[in-house]
Design a protein around this ligand. Sequence first.
Ligand code: IVH
Length: 691
Amino acid sequence: MKDSQIKNRIQKLRQEISRLRFEYHVENNPTVTDDIYESLTRELHKLEKEYPKYTDENSSINRVAGLPLSKFKKIKHEHRMLSLNDAFGIEEVSEWGVRMDKLLNTKHTYFCELKLDGLAVSLIYKDGIFVEGSTRGDGFIGEDITENLKMIETIPLRLKNPYPQEIEVRGEVLMPKRVWHSLNKIQESQGKQLFANTRNAAAGSLRQLDPKIVKERKLDFLAWDLIQLQIADTKLEKHSEKHKYLRDLGFQVAPYEKKITNLKEVSYFIDQIGEVRDKLPYGTDGVVISIDELSLQEILGVVGKAPKYMIAYKYPAKRATTIVTDITVNVGRTGVLTPLAHFNPTLVAGSTISKATLHNMDQINRLDIHIGDTVVIQKAGDVIPEVVEVLVKMRTGKEKKFKMPEHCPVCGAEVEKRETGTKQKNKIFPLFTLKGSDMDKNFHSSALSSVAYYCTNKNCSAKNRRGMQHFVNIFEIYTVGPKILDRLKDEGLISDAADLFTLESSDLSGLERFGVKSSEKIIASINDHKKVFLWRFIYALGILHVGEQTAQDIANHFGTLEKIIEAKEVEINKIENIGPIVSGSIHDFFTHKENIAFIKKLLDNGVVIEKVKVVNGGKFTGQTFVLTGTLSSMSRDEAKQKITSFGGKVSSSVSKNTTYVVAGTDPGSKYDDAIKLGVKIVNESEFLKIF
Ligand code: IVH
């Protein structure tokens, strides 16, 4: 992005975030879920960090969320109510931990506890009696909600003995998930607005002016901190001791807390909570990690709005915002054109998403997606990435409308628009939109007949499909069989073999019948085969009349791809065993722009041509080797390179024409094939001696 674009983006983000904060905290009427708000905030923080010249101290983002409400009395907090710095990902927790280790340079303990997804409140007790309770507000001034808080059963009105003369307890007001579900049912039956999550429901309830309503809402309170105003003889030295003390006073404190001495176990704790958090009775969006020793906390202190000694690990969001950088078109097996949205890579539910199919033109029109739009993406059913909604408010006016091409992007043939007359196969609702009207709009349009765009060239996709199968075979990407190729094409994830090299495992694991493990295996095998020898690259292009031997002959003769592309027909014709028909075909292939473009795309997408220099007079010329089992002194690729550099060929299967089968440890069935066919078998040390 250009400097001016970045500046505009930052401004736009600030504006929208401010608006969302107002909606949430003041109007108590959020139109997006927390994921979306946080995703925009994350982008703003990232840009501000990368471009410090555009940071603005007065930016609303630098304030603790919330403005004091006007309808409640204001209360100045004796001690500022701080916020927490977030860590998105375990790496950020580790970085923080390493920083702490360096700063403290002394033995310390980490304390891990649940990050509860509710509202922070402060409770003041004098002589054991609950006298005043307030919201966090902007951190300095909150709202007096004492009467409402008294309606919460788990907020003790009187502390258990022995209690200190004066104490401030802080914690989270939550609405249990079960209560939230039934509240939403009631809201629905009364035609009232639903609460997007338990936190919104808890917030909405606490802001009620009538404490009776609060009582009905069955809120809960869990304490997480106390401020020592006056604690006579109790000397608390650790954060964990505060938790124990809170329990003794009669407060609920969240379960699952742990004192940990190393960062590895912190990460293990986070994983364990990740496993159970969906089953907990209330919302938890992360884990709070702190330095347990209060004396060390004091040394570390506070920077800005957050203490240095604490960090909040946040579990990956299921939805996030990103920018549509482009919309390209893939051609499916039936010739149908499928638009594919490309994004700024964004982390959603633990994996990075950089593209998602838009299915068809109807979908684009329904969501009104433009190139340059800020969109909300999510993983449907937790796996398939999809666009859920456009954040229209983030538009700058520079967004571009997408138009289906008039010609097939693969073969250039004309594109035809056909009515399919069916309902949308992939109907997507903006799941997080809270207002009913958009839902209706989407529902009606999805019920209409839809149109699809087709490439009119009957041979286009079929040809392409065969070409791709040949390509993956020659590149030895055996995990990608014809069925998978078809599937990837049908889903619009690839249009040619070059697209394979930009796939991510999340693209595959999103498809039905593809597990996460098998998807990762496929992607790993694609990546493992990005590097090929020149002859293999030429062979894989599927040039008419060019088989394995011819490809090797051309590669050996010219040595580089550039020279082959530029070679005149007569030059090719000079090569032994290559006649005029073959040389004509080769030359013709490289005169077509789309073939050159495909080659360029392969290289751009990471395919690397490995250089082979034939040495030692090509002493293995004409000999074919087959490798089986594991070699101890070199990798299989190194062995292959060694053989080819001496002019030999490496084949993946044993035949009568195989010169040697090189057997490492644990050889496979090729070893048996060699015995059956009477091919000479050499072990690793014999193999090394042949050179
Ligand atoms: S300690 C220095 N502990 O997260 C601030 N906060 O982003 C002290 N929260 O305002 C916070 N669970 O509403 C702390 N176990 C926990 C928490 C927790 C949830 C919330 C709290 C706070 C916000 C900070």
